[in-house]
Design a protein around this ligand. Structure first.
Ligand code: ADP
Ligand code: MG
Length: 916
């Protein structure tokens, strides 16, 4: 959904409109002081829904109230009048604010949270009409969330800043820098790309929010892409000011210069600073524990565009479900942080064989010592989400349970570190992780363990989270509070005795505080002498009469004081503990990351053991050799056995890689075969073992996968045009290190069109792109191409015909399918027998005709596709057109008389006619 447009349609993002509706117009129509305050704050945050705190509610007014009541299904009421008109209002209780926030953010809204900044009692002291001071403490946007209830534990929540620079004066060459960060975990990274790579980068990151300058947002070049993304926030130019970027960035990290973080281009600095400024604007004074920005090396990861990701169902299926995706099939992590890291690695497979090898070493290490892996996984499963709890504590949104998360996490880290220390042979990656786990000061965890009680409330304001015995002053205040409660019990007994009213009770409610409660029949007695000297009447209900006494009022004040004091002490302890945690934030964050690495490595080891995966050999060549490969998702979904298949796209002659043309009837297993090889490349390069008995892969730097339109209904845009646009992208970009998967390209149009396009596409891949490719097709004619193109290889999926039925063997062998078995498949599908019989007759007729004009003729007659003739100059030709053109070029109209011109025209016409 396009958030920005949605705002437009509601008129919400248009401040002028909002102002017109709410701004005071006439002096005689008085605006209340509270409304004045509200309007001032609202005017400062025109693009947000304003959550205006009033007591235990966040209230919304005017158009905000109308939008929210519709979006949340809550009742729209009125509160007073503004300029003579009723003010629409709706509100959400603060305990349920997260839930409502979640829904508003998911709908693409932004919310400004406005709190009361002082006790209402303070405001009263300034005069009865004065308004409680209020201020916006935070803007809640989809890219800047920290609350567990608003976040998906298994996904990163990225905010991306996108900037563009022109690299040539002509203005057609552009580069982009992307800065992306997850404030809930502290990751902060930078990358650059060109126009073609931009959509792929965004698809990899799946940002929750993208910020761009107003100018870029309105740029006609960018509009199609930006409007297709979920949450794009345009911001004013100053946020993207390159001149101040370095200073803003340095100031956030409190360093003199950002050079310490590495050398960044001006474009990258601008993007990074935009992120930082947006974080500051939305967090208002709070500084999330961001890591300094790290640049991602260019080309360090496999380029996979959005269509390929969708197509291969990496993170979710075409229908949008996680279940059925590659991520779901391979995720054996036991912690949220591990799951996030696995998703990151899956989204960005590496291209450096050494870096991939380091990850594979870690997996091998845990397979070799699987008992260790199992032990660590047990411990990791019990460890909570350190990184996100830490981020909340740093921005002051943490609670007692977050402190407990840190404590348990640190203990787990220390345990895992010492468990790993017993193993001498850990891989380099795991040894590094173990070192990071040892770094946090054990005293922090010990202090937290000593301070925190066993049962923890959700909010610090609820109190009761500090363990008895931890703090003397707190114990004393609590003693007093509890002691007073005992005194009240004693008082009740004494009053009952003195008045001879056995049913007399001392009770408490929020309106009266403590009171003496008797039934109506005893009420009269207490209102008469001698008791009326002690008991002061407060309230008469239907069956009950309520009194207070001086003694009770004194006691009540004492209890309230003690409880207040106890809570105050607890909050101070909370602050002190938080500060210790925040001071150790760097080490805690590194330990959290190390736990995630160990989770991912042990999870991949568990996967390899469970599903019998093998370690791939990765090198810098362009081989692609898979023996006994399986589809990682289909294999798990099948009831029966999965038929393993080989694939060898390695160069036959040391040059470029091979292209397989895979034929076979519908349902034979062509698509499965194509995809499994792409997925094996992804798994191998993300550092996982692969579903095969052997795999040797020369790193793939770009992966493309496209499916013919007819197969692509789930995406809801199954047009031939999309298929062709996507094929064009491949033919323009694929290079020798790429791997291309084309599944039934040319299916979305008439047979001859489709066949011709598929034909030319294969020739182009072979001659110009020279990439490794798998091409599934139902055009058997294409198999004839293997006779002409040396690196083309025909493969087919075996089927057996048995008593007129087709049996799918799912076995890929060399050779070409000779027929489609379409009629057999149709029969399997239950078409009426009469239709099947008739179809057989028609087919026989068509086949007889086809033998007289087979495609084989084409292959002999057509000259081979001439690859890229553009570079060479056209040879001189002697066609009439050329002569006419040459004569035309020789004319100089400026120097010709009208008569000359007419003669020249006759001469030209003659030339054209002569040569016919
Ligand atoms: P095609 O693309 O040739 O029409 P698919 O690849 O869609 O065929 O496969 C059809 C079905 O056959 C799959 O859904 C799967 O259940 C089954 N299948 C495919 N390949 C295999 C295999 N290698 N082993 C076992 N079953 C397979
Ligand atoms: Mg298919």
């Amino acid at each position: 959904m396009d958030a920005a447009r949605k705002h437009d349609s509601t008129g919400f993002a248009a401040p002028a409109d909002a102002n017109n509706r709410v701004a005071p117009k006439a002096d005689d129509e008085r605006v209340t002081p509270m409304m004045e305050q509200y309007l001032e704050i609202k005017t400062a945050n025109p693009d947000c829904l304003l959550f205006y705190r009033m007591g235990d509610f966040y209230e919304m007014f005017f158009q905000d109230a109308e939008i929210a009541s519709r979006a949340l299904g809550i009742v729209l009421t009125k509160r007073g009048k503004h300029l003579g008109v009723d003010i629409p209002m709706c509100g959400v209780p603060i305990e349920r604010a997260d839930e409502y926030l979640h829904r508003l953010i998911a709908l693409g809204h932004r919310v400004a949270v406005c709190e009361q900044m002082e006790d209402p009692a303070e405001a009263k002291k300034r005069g009865s009409k004065s308004v409680v001071r209020r201020d916006v403490v935070r803007l809640v946007t989809s890219g800047t969330l920290t609350e567990d209830s608003l976040l998906d534990a298994r996904r990163n929540n990225y905010l991306v800043a996108l900037v563009r620079a022109r690299t040539s004066s002509a203005g057609d060459d552009v580069r982009f820098a992307l800065a992306f960060l997850d404030i809930s975990t502290g990751e902060f990274r930078l990358t650059e790309c060109d126009r073609v790579g931009l959509a792929a980068e965004i698809a990899r990151l799946e940002p929750s929010e993208i910020i761009v300058s107003d100018a870029l947002y309105g740029d006609s070049d960018m509009v199609p892409l930006l409007r297709s993304l979920p949450a794009v926030t345009p911001l004013t130019r100053d946020v993207f000011d390159g001149a101040t970027a370095e200073r803003r960035l340095a100031s956030y990290f409190a360093v003199a210069t950002t050079e310490a973080f590495g050398m960044f281009s001006r474009l990258e600095l601008t993007a990074a600073a935009a992120c930082i400024t947006y974080v500051e604007r939305t967090q208002i004074g709070k500084r999330p524990p961001l890591s300094p920005p790290v640049r991602e090396a260019q080309g360090a990861t496999m380029a996979i565009d959005a269509a390929t990701r969708a197509n291969l169902e990496l993170m979710r299926t075409l229908a949008g479900e996680r279940s059925g995706s590659l991520a779901a099939a391979i995720d054996r992590t036991v912690s949220a942080a591990g799951s996030r890291l696995l998703a990151q690695r899956l989204a960005a497979p590496l291209t450096d064989p050494a870096a991939i090898g380091a990850r594979l070493d870690a997996v091998s290490f845990f397979i070799a010592d699987f008992a260790l892996a199992r032990d660590l996984r047990g411990r990791l499963a019990a460890a909570p989400d350190l990184a996100r709890a830490l981020a909340r504590l740093v921005v002051g949104r943490g609670g007692p349970r977050d402190l407990a998360v840190i404590q348990i996490g640190l203990v787990t880290a220390a345990e895992i570190a010492s468990r790993l220390a017993q193993s001498a042979s850990a891989s380099a990656e795991i040894a590094d992780a173990a070192a990071a786990l040892r770094r946090p000061d054990a005293a922090v965890a010990a202090e937290l363990a000593a301070a925190l009680g066993d049962e923890l409330p959700a909010f610090k304001r609820d109190g009761g989270f500090v363990r008895a015995g931890y703090d003397g002053a707190l114990d004393e205040a609590r003693g007093l509070r509890d002691e007073s409660r005992r005194v009240i019990a004693g008082l009740q007994a004494r009053y009952a005795e003195e008045t001879q009213i056995r049913a007399l009770k001392i009770r408490h409610n929020n309106v009266l505080g403590y009171f003496v409660d008797v039934t109506a029949q005893h009420g009269d007695k207490l209102m008469k002498p001698p008791f009326n000297a002690t008991f002061i009447h407060r309230q008469t209900l239907a069956g009950q009469v309520r009194f207070t006494t001086t003694e009770l009022a004194d006691l009540e004040a004492k209890i309230a004081n003690a409880a207040d004091r106890a809570l105050g002490l607890e909050l101070a302890i909370f602050e002190r503990l938080s500060e210790r945690v925040v001071a150790a934030a760097e080490q805690i964050k590194a330990a959290a990351q190390a736990l995630a690495v160990i989770d991912v490595s042990t999870a991949l080891a568990a996967l390899a053991v469970e599903r019998d995966y093998v370690r791939p050999e990765i090198d810098a060549g362009i081989d692609f050799m898979v023996t006994g490969g399986r589809h990682p998702v289909v294999e798990q979904a099948l009831d029966g056995p999965f038929v393993a298949n080989d694939c060898d796209l390695s160069p036959p002659d040391g040059g470029a890689g091979r292209i397989y043309v895979v034929t076979g009837p519908n349902m034979a297993g062509k698509s499965t075969y194509l995809r499994q090889n792409a997925l094996i490349a992804i798994l191998a390069q993300m550092g996982s073992f692969v579903p095969a008995t052997k795999a040797r892969i020369g790193v793939v730097d770009r992966l493309f996968s496209r499916v013919g339109a007819a197969d692509d209904l789930a995406r809801g845009r199954s047009t031939f045009m999309v298929e062709m646009v996507e094929t064009a992208a491949i033919l323009n970009q694929a290079a020798p290190r790429s791997l291309v998967i084309l599944d039934e390209i040319g299916r979305g149009t008439a047979t001859f069109d489709g066949l011709s396009i598929a034909w030319a596409t294969i020739e182009h891949l072979h001659e110009t792109n020279r990439c490794r490719a798998l091409f599934a097709t139902h055009f058997h004619e294409l198999t004839a191409l293997a006779g002409k193109l040396p690196r083309l290889f025909n493969a087919t999926v075996r089927v057996r015909e048995w008593q007129g039925e087709v049996v799918f063997l799912h076995e890929v062998i060399a050779g070409a399918a000779d027929r489609s078995y379409g009629i057999q498949v149709a029969k399997l599908a239950g078409l009426p027998p009469a239709v099947i019989e008739r179809a057989k007759l028609v087919l026989a007729e068509l086949e007889a005709e086809d033998r007289t004009s087979p495609a084989r003729k084409l292959i002999d007659d057509l000259p081979l596709f001439a690859a890229a003739p553009r570079a060479s100059a056209p040879a001189p030709r002697n066609e009439p057109a050329d002569l006419v053109i040459a004569a035309l070029a020789a004319l100089n109209p400026d120097e010709m008389s009208p008569r000359d011109a007419l003669e020249a025209l006759y001469a030209l016409k003659l030339k054209a006619a002569e040569k016919k």
